[in-house]
Ligand binder design. Structure first.
Ligand code: NAI
Length: 471
């Protein structure tokens, strides 16, 4: 029996403290609503902070520096023989995670959000009971509940993750040494980013992918270019190859794969296998059935701009449909809270950027060329190579290009796709332009600082208008 230790009334109770959850809680408090955020883990921040975006980008940054020192410093006249210390790489990663976790706690304090530690369960009387580690239970009541419980890695039936020989993204962020042979199932964001990390530290990396190309959701030209660049970095790809199962032994893992072109099955061997085949929504033991809330076929909570079928219950982020991205969750959280507070909250699903933090980075926003072509609309494409961008050239980072697709009818920018240095930073400019429904011409005629990599975007926008000046 759990001992009940208290009961508190709130305007808003947010369940989950990932990017969607903590943003919702902070915004609700800012709007004068009495708010609590319930989190079962002892640390705030959810997947993004603890097992996702932040630790992976930390390792990508550290290994990227190592790789750059190893392969590029000599080109600049700097002679070094770099060595890496994996335990320091891991501890500095954890220090960043911890510091960012504390800053969420500070933001809760500053904004007056009550943090409630424990696992929330909804019950039919509209209450939320929170089970805490010390076998006590608090009961909360709220006018509005926002579910922001996120997602967990999907798994293949025959590939059982043991976080030792067969790991998911969480395990792959904490390996104690670079595996000699790393086999990755899935050439999506996680496979390519974590494959890059371990390749830079010496692993022999092979990626199997069921589709006929890597990052199947990206523009085809970008995905082809990235594949070529990653192959030069010694990542190996087996496309049209479906992983069937994996058997972990004492010393190695055997993965059976089917070649989807000819149907043949073969076995591949590796020291460690990373399963990176997507993520699925996570609702845990929330008690949704008790309140009459059903999930859709894929396990998402259906929402009609953030409102579920049960009055007063809202949902945002990975637990709802759409791309499983931290920034999508963040924007939904703000729009959801503004709506429930009676304000005109809105979310622009056409302007959600994607980034893959490989080297060089890939970033895009809006429609791919194939999507525009299929829709039958007339369009123009401007392409500008980073080899013609002065800042990229002087930094010896001239691989890649920017591609701007604009409408022939109303000149609006329909999509921006790039592969190149700092693409993750440049894409924000394309997002602002598209959010303001800019034409290619608007970006082309906006003064950009020189020499910067962002000029490549301007040039590609000029290209879509037919008057590129630097290539
Ligand atoms: P993903 O959906 O991006 O890629 C999974 C890949 O696995 C797909 O290409 C799929 O065709 C392939 N696949 C599935 N089953 C397979 C099988 N049996 N054999 C061979 N290939 C198979 O999923 P990923 O990379 O696991 O990422 C999960 C989520 O996390 C994504 O929704 C992504 O948006 C998010 N994420 C975002 C990042 C970023 O924004 N930089 C970084 C990491 C993750």
């Amino acid at each position: 029996m759990l001992e009940t230790v208290g009961m508190t009334d709130y305007d808003v109770v947010v369940i989950g403290s990932g990017v969607g959850g903590y943003t919702a809680a902070i915004r609700a408090s800012q709007l004068g609503l009495k708010t609590a955020c319930v989190e079962g883990n002892s640390v705030l921040g959810g997947t993004c902070l603890n097992n996702g975006c932040i630790p992976s980008k930390s390792l990508l940054h550290a290994t990227g520096l190592f790789d750059f020192a190893r392969t590029k410093f000599a080109e600049f006249g700097i002679r070094v023989s770099p060595k890496f210390d994996l335990s320091i790489m891991m501890s500095q990663k954890q220090a960043s995670v911890d510091a960012l976790g504390r800053s969420i706690e500070d933001l809760f304090d500053k904004n007056g959000v009550d943090r409630i530690e424990g696992w929330a369960r909804l019950n039919c009387s509209g209450r939320i009971s929170v089970r805490r580690a010390e076998q006590t239970k608090v009961t909360l009541s709220a006018r509005h509940v926002v579910i922001a419980t996120g997602s967990i890695p999907s798994s293949l039936p025959g590939v059982v993750v043991d976080q030792n020989r067969i790991v998911d993204s969480t395990g792959a962020l904490a390996l104690r040494e670079p595996p000699r042979r790393l086999l990755i199932i899935g050439a999506g964001c996680i496979g390519l980013e974590l494959g890059s990390v371990w390749r830079r530290l010496g692993s022999d990396v092979e990626v199997v992918e069921a589709h006929d190309r890597i990052i199947p959701g990206a523009d085809e030209e970008i995905s082809r270019a990235l594949r070529g660049i990653l192959e030069k970095q010694n990542l190996r790809f087996r496309l049209l190859t479906m992983a069937l199962d994996a058997l972990a032994g004492e010393d190695e893992v055997v993965v059976r794969v089917r070649n989807l072109a000819d149907g043949t099955i073969r076995s591949l061997k590796a020291d460690v296998v990373l399963s990176a085949v997507g993520r699925q929504p996570f609702v845990g033991d929330l008690g949704l059935e008790a309140i009459g809330l059903s999930l859709d076929k894929q396990g998402f909570i259906p929402t009609e701009p953030f409102a579920t079928a049960v009055p007063g219950i809202w949902a945002v982020g990975d637990v709802t449909r759409g791309p499983m991205l931290a920034h999508k969750a963040e924007d939904e959280a703000i729009a959801c809270i503004e709506l429930l507070a009676g304000r005109p909250g809105r979310m622009d699903y056409d302007v959600i950027p994607n980034v893959i933090y490989t080297s060089p980075e890939v970033a895009w926003v809006g429609e791919t060329e194939a999507e525009v072509r299929t829709s039958g609309r007339g369009y123009r494409v401007g392409r500008f190579p980073f080899s013609a961008n002065s800042r990229a050239r002087l930094a010896h980072e001239s691989e890649g290009f920017v591609k701007v697709i604009s409408s022939r009818e109303d000149y609006r920018i329909l999509g921006v796709h790039m592969i190149g240095p700092q693409a993750s930073e440049i894409i924000g400019e394309a997002c602002v332009a598209m959010a303001f429904q800019a034409d290619g011409e608007d970006v082309a005629r906006t003064c950009h600082p020189h020499p910067t990599r962002s000029e490549a975007l301007r040039q590609a926008a000029m290209g879509a208008e037919g008057w590129m000046t630097q290539a």
